[in-house]
Design a protein around this ligand. Sequence first.
Ligand SMILES: [Zn+2]
Length: 154
Amino acid sequence: MDRLTGIRAASYIRDGRAPVPRKALTSLIMSRIRAKHTKPELALRAALRKNGYSNYRLHAKNIPGRPDICFPEKRVAIFVHGCFWHSCPYCKPSLPKTHRSFWTEKFRRNKIRDRAKSRLLRLAGWKVIAVWECRLRSSPEKSLARIVRMLVMK
Ligand SMILES: [Zn+2]
């Protein structure tokens, strides 16, 4: 039992991949971070629909790299990157205080995977856009404009 939160460490579901954080509260927060249909992703999808760009597909299995959002006819693929998991170059989130080597390695692998996905898509003739969570939050219209520019490109 965590004295501060009253949360029992084993009383909720974790994915088993990350080491058990020292504080149950940290663990609870981590367990709530989801890879798919994240808040920034939902916000971007809503903005796209509002602007008439609703013919997108989500996490399409048959598209290289399985982009979060893609417009198959336009060959435009979008990744919505959570700043923490994808080591955002803009807001530079700090490393968790514990299990540093685990996190360094995890983020290194995430970056390699992101690059590989983009490369695969570009080789297949797609335009790839990475939208960062923090930028989507601070200037949603700019992020949307970047995408729209790609969509209207011939
Ligand atoms: Zn960021």
